[in-house]
Write a protein that binds this ligand. Structure first.
Ligand SMILES: Nc1ncnc2c1ncn2[C@@H]1O[C@H](COP(=O)(O)OP(=O)(O)OP(=O)(O)O)[C@@H](O)[C@H]1O
Ligand SMILES: [Mg+2]
Length: 374
């Protein structure tokens, strides 16, 4: 766990970090994002003490890092610096193996790891290991930088815009790779980027900075749904949620407090309730427990059906439903596939939580095409 406690940093009296406090849990993937010059690199470098704070404390697993053995501490951290930082006079192989060699890992272990890491970042060993950094493209150098950060199996990995020079396809591939590695190896990763889509995709939590302050520190979902202030909504972009529709859940768009009916009522009464509520489906719930029992769809009641029959004999018992956590895409699919006008949202206990109608779906989905929120 990494804790920032009221950390300040000033250069010649000029404050670049003002009173930041936040915690990065062990095994968490945290992305720091913000405009150029807002203090991202400074924040990252304070974690491995390339920069010391002017005031405040940084703790790792409860211990103040200013009191830790610097060399030992740094060896447990991988670091990808903003401009790759490969040693120009060393081959790619030596660049990756430098710390493992200092640490006196066995030759076989080092070799195996180097091959693994090169494969992970998508570079061919035969082709690249003996070359020098200047003989690689910027993107290839960045990939070596990422590989090197993992070479000693560190607990904490600090990455300063490590994928910025890569083309979108390679970049997306490496993002996926990083997320998978982090889940598998339970590394704590602090990752700086300028790219909001990248942040949303890879982060457990995003730390948005502005002029040396933290303006919001939360999950991608919460940042998209409830930006802390105008700066964040401006920065994130109002329509960005549409790039991640998996974050729009059934519970976010459903209508609550729906009119419900009792299965013992007559079909006549049920049709009457729907007509006055201008609905074409009626959710039938059990009177005592409030559990949903079925759905009466107006369209499936034949014109000449005996209207004195109780609803429970006519309603759809094997009704299609959505769970509160289902995404809008899953809901849309269910509604289209089964050609239904509305779908109940039912929780794990079988309780009706709300209803989503086709018109709710259309209204929600069309927001992304509107100039202003309607
Ligand atoms: N050694 C230094 N002396 C004086 N000012 C500095 C020094 N290093 C950084 N700064 C200033 O501190 C502020 C934060 O810098 P930092 O490198 O942390 O920004 P950043 O968010 O990483 O920006 P970028 O996205 O451009 O990399 C900037 O205004 C920068 O000019
Ligand atoms: Mg920077």
């Amino acid at each position: 766990m990494i804790e920032f406690k009221n950390v300040f940093k000033a250069y010649k009296g000029n404050k670049v970090i003002s009173d930041i406090s936040f915690t990065i849990n062990t095994g968490e993937f945290v992305v720091i994002i913000g405009a150029s010059g807002c203090g991202k690199t400074t924040t990252l470098k304070m974690i491995n003490r390339l920069i010391d704070p002017t005031a405040g404390h940084i703790l790792i697993d409860g211990e103040d890092i200013s009191k830790k053995d610097l060399i030992k501490m740094r060896r447990k951290m991988g670091y990808v610096i903003q401009q790759t930082g490969l040693f120009p006079h060393m081959s790619i192989k030596d660049n990756i193996e430098i710390i493992p060699k200092v640490e006196k890992y066995s030759k076989e272990d080092i070799q195996k790891k180097t091959y693994e890491l090169m494969e992970m970042v998508g570079l061919n060993c035969e082709e690249f290991l003996d070359r020098y950094p200047a003989e690689l493209s910027g993107g290839q150098q960045q990939r070596v930088g990422v590989a090197r950060a993992f070479a000693t199996d560190p607990d904490i990995i600090l990455m300063d815009e490590p994928l910025s020079a890569l083309d979108p396809i390679t970049r997306i591939g490496l993002q996926d790779e990083l997320v998978e590695l982090q889940r598998k190896l339970k590394k704590t990763i602090v990752f700086v980027t300028h790219d909001m889509d990248e942040a949303i995709k890879i982060a457990d939590r995003i730390c948005i900075m502005d002029k040396g302050h933290i303006v919001q520190y939360d999950t991608p979902e919460n940042i998209l749904k409830s930006p802390a202030n105008d700066f964040v909504s401006e920065f994130v972009g109002k329509k960005r949620i549409w790039a991640s529709p998996q974050f729009i859940k059934a519970k976010d768009i459903m209508e609550e407090n729906n009119i419900t009916g009792n299965g013992n009522l007559s079909l006549f009464k049920g049709m009457e309730i729907m007509r006055s509520a201008k609905d074409d489906a009626l959710m039938i719930v059990e009177a005592k427990t409030k559990k949903i029992q079925g759905v009466l769809y107006a369209q499936s009641v034949p014109f000449d059906m005996d209207r004195t029959l109780p609803i429970k004999q006519v309603m759809e018992e094997n009704y299609i439903y959505a769970s509160p956590e289902d995404s809008i895409l899953q809901v849309l699919k269910a509604v289209m596939k089964n050609d239904i006008s509305s779908i109940p949202v039912v929780d794990a206990e079988g309780m009706l939580q709300g209803v989503i109608t086709r018109s709710t779906l259309i209204a929600t989905l069309s927001q992304q095409y509107m100039k202003e929120e309607v």
